[in-house]
Design a protein around this ligand. Structure first.
Ligand code: HBI
Ligand code: FE
Length: 303
């Protein structure tokens, strides 16, 4: 995954680790009101759709002040529950910096809020995506450990030149993951959670595949950043995801992946546990309709 920030020094005003002060007092009343609007709309939409783990974590965002959360106050709460902090960054940070923060249980969040005309679409992760989307899952002890393990794995992946493979694990779990709860599919991926359109599409639309999670399969599968996903991977629970990540020796996995074809997100493979075979009708439409992206929240850096 190429980050726009790769190889750069921190911008003016940022610390060596790329963090900046959030400057909560500088948000305008209009920005706080926009946050409240986004929050209310998604909280309503997600009531029957989000994982109970994400729903439980949402409480961590119900802070004393209205509007955009104050990262210091949020960090105090998270620190007490799972030992995580939220730190502000100006935008995308280099991969090594990103992984170092995660490995040390610091979640980097954009502090800017999208403009009103970007309510359903923007390129870079803003405070709504990063905080509303990601922070609730960080309040869960198991998922909190998973993201830290991902950060540590990311640091090792740089040594193997395998970042692009590992980034797919993040994409198809942390950003766009589904989980099975009592026989129903639920949302936990932050890119879905923070998108009004995709939080319907990911569960209800016949177009995308929904496939049982398999580590190798995920790391072989390309993804698109300019529209809703064409396939979603479903974990049985987060303990299984954490165990798989902790108990896999990634060096031989990366070596094995070298000799395997990459998989298109519209494809199904013989070994797949297919939960829903997608019609892929949406991909067919967007492919012939280039330029009219309806992507709601890219939620992460380009691949
Ligand atoms: N920077 N701010 C920010 N947010 C991210 O999600 C992010 C990043 N830099 C790099 C990066 N992600 C990637 O390394 C991972 O998604 C794989
Ligand atoms: Fe994200």
């Amino acid at each position: 995954m190429e980050s726009a920030a790769a190889g750069l020094r921190p911008p003016e005003g940022a610390a060596a680790d790329w963090t900046v002060p959030q400057r909560w007092a500088h948000y305008s009343a209009a920005e706080h009101a926009l946050w409240d609007r986004l929050f209310a709309r998604q909280a309503r939409q997600l009531r029957s759709r989000a994982s109970r783990v994400w729903m439980r974590g949402l409480e961590a965002l119900r802070l004393s002040k209205p509007g955009i959360p104050d990262f210091d106050e949020l960090s105090e709460r998270l620190m007490a529950s799972t030992g995580w902090q939220v730190v502000a960054v100006p935008g995308l940070v280099p991969d090594a910096v990103f992984f170092d923060h995660l490995a040390n249980r610091r979640f980097v969040a954009g502090s800017f809020l999208r403009r009103p005309d970007q309510i359903d679409y923007l390129e870079e992760p803003d405070v709504f995506h990063d905080v509303f989307g990601h922070v609730p899952m960080l309040a869960d002890p198991v998922f909190a450990d998973y993201i830290q393990a991902y950060g540590q794995g990311g640091q090792r992946s740089l040594g193997f030149g395998a970042l692009a493979k590992l980034a797919r694990l993040y994409w198809y779990t942390v950003e766009f993951g589904l989980v099975e709860e009592e026989g129903n599919l639920k949302i936990y991926g932050s890119g879905i959670v923070s998108s009004h359109g995709e939080s319907r599409f990911a569960l209800d639309d016949p177009s995308p595949h929904r496939i049982g999670f398999d580590l190798m399969r995920v790391m072989r599968t390309r993804y698109r950043i300019d529209d809703y996903q064409q396939c979603y991977f479903v974990v049985p629970d987060f303990a299984t995801l954490l165990d798989t990540t902790l108990n896999t020796d990634f060096a031989p996995v990366y070596a094995a992946l070298e000799g395997m074809d990459e998989v298109d997100p519209t494809a199904l493979l013989p070994g797949d546990r297919v939960i829903h075979r997608g019609t892929q009708a949406r991909g067919a439409i967007s492919a012939s309709d280039a330029g009219s992206s309806s992507r709601q929240d890219p939620a992460g850096p380009p691949a």
